[in-house]
Design a protein around this ligand. Structure first.
Ligand SMILES: [Zn+2]
Length: 433
């Protein structure tokens, strides 16, 4: 008997028989034996991946027969999506309601300049997948993942990758994965730091085990910036964890959280334990429906992060330094006119203030780097975190006694209602009329 060992590459190894005629009576089949569910073309295409002992034919068959939902086609998704497409995942679901934006292209490499301002990101990502690997089926979800569709979305897939960029989506997708029993590969990146873990894998912890409550102030790429390769690093690792989950190889990063510090090129690993008291996956869960998950998000006002400002009537704006410390800002406010209002303003509201020619000063609370990049004319920079903003406003309110002493209590409360910070309103209403 002679044995041919057909390697996934084009080489064939011939091994002479040592058992002579006994084996020669066995008929030789002409059709190659392939791993279940794989075609010859797939074996050829994924041969280098299948050669890895941990994966082999059975692992590739699992990968090619799996469905993965990627929530977010931004910085993280720009690595997750092509990696999973290249690896031959059977179906990729792509969720992103946003349009390609020029300011995203430094890190969202799967999109093109020509698509900026006109193309949906999920559609753009699906086009790239088609060009990269026509054997991968894509399902585009161009609307946002919300409480009303999250459970149905994740239920149709074997594994979910959270490549989103906001806390609300993180809680919604995690809760949906717990309810549907789906593993969730979670990643995030901001500035020069990133995080990675796998939730809800074979009884492991969920997002609420690690973060029972959202942080008081969450950073975003829009506010804090991000260096392109950082989400690329995390996204690549996410794709690998997703392949391990669906391919059934390696040790999945469950019950462990990796923190990546790009400044020092270090990875730190932390243990994340399942909490018996977890509201989503604990012994007596309270998040038993997506409606309950949505109520939690509404209660915590998980609507993303906005930059705040505080409008006042300035007295000597031209002579004031652009960058102020919070105490200096409060001192500055003490000399301002009586007809101002204290509170955060939206861009539209501020546009109206300028259009009406209302005397005012604009305090920009973004960090100094953002202020230096672009600032509105005449604004002052007082870099404070969102958590510290309430204290700043309270201190400013306390230093403007004339404003309050010349205002009836009812009017005071009405004007202070423009401030979105409950703590500031509470402090203002305690002041004498
Ligand atoms: Zn949990």
């Amino acid at each position: 008997m002679s044995v041919y060992i057909q390697s996934p590459s084009t080489s064939t190894i011939f091994i002479p028989s040592t058992r002579g005629a006994m084996a020669s009576s066995q008929p030789m089949a002409n059709t190659p034996i392939l791993p279940d569910g794989l075609t010859g073309a797939q074996v050829e295409r994924y041969s280098r991946q299948m050669l890895v002992e941990d994966i082999g034919g059975s692992g590739q068959a699992k990968i090619s027969g799996s469905k993965v939902l990627v929530v977010g086609a931004g910085g993280l998704g720009s690595s997750v999506i092509p990696c999973l497409a290249g690896a031959g995942v059977g179906t990729l679901g792509l969720v992103d309601p946003d349009t390609v934006d020029t300011s995203n292209l430094h890190r969202q490499f799967i999109h093109r300049e020509a698509d900026a301002g006109r193309e949906n990101k999920a559609v753009s990502a699906a086009r790239l997948v088609a060009q990269l690997n026509s054997g991968v089926k894509t399902v585009v979800h161009a609307s946002p993942l919300e409480s009303g569709n999250a459970l149905e979305l994740v239920s149709g897939y074997d594994c979910v990758v959270d490549a989103s960029d906001n806390p609300r989506t993180r809680y919604l997708v995690s809760d949906a994965c717990v309810l549907a029993g789906k593993p969730l590969v979670s990643g995030s990146a901001i500035g020069l730091e990133g995080q990675l873990t796998v939730y809800n894998f074979e009884g492991g912890p969920c997002n609420r085990c690690a973060y029972p409550n959202p942080p008081a102030a969450a950073a975003s790429c829009s506010d804090s910036g991000v260096v392109g390769p950082v989400p690329a690093v995390i996204g690549n690792l996410q794709s690998l964890e997703a392949l391990k989950v669906i391919g059934g190889f390696g040790a999945v990063l469950s019950e462990k959280l990796i923190m990546y510090d790009a400044r020092s090129t270090t990875f730190h690993r932390f243990i994340v334990k399942k909490r018996p008291g977890c509201a989503a996956c604990g012994l007596v869960p309270t998040i038993t429906s997506m409606a309950a998950s949505d109520a939690f998000c509404m209660e915590r006002s998980l609507r993303g992060v906005a930059s705040g400002g505080c409008a006042f009537a300035p007295r000597t704006a031209a002579a004031t330094p652009k960058h102020l410390t919070p105490p200096a800002a409060a001192a500055l406010a003490s000399g301002y006119g009586r007809n101002g209002e204290c509170g955060e303003v939206s861009a539209l509201e501020y546009s109206a203030v300028r259009a009406q020619g209302v005397p005012h000063a604009l305090i920009d609370v973004r960090d100094a780097t953002q202020f230096e990049m672009c600032a509105l004319p005449g604004s002052f920079n007082v870099p404070v975190s969102r958590a510290a903003l309430a204290a700043l406003l309270i201190s400013i309110c306390a230093k403007v006694p004339r404003y309050f002493t010349h205002t009836a209590a009812s009017t005071l409360r009405a004007s202070c209602s423009t401030c979105s910070l409950a703590s500031c309103r509470a402090a203002c209403t305690k002041l004498p009329p």
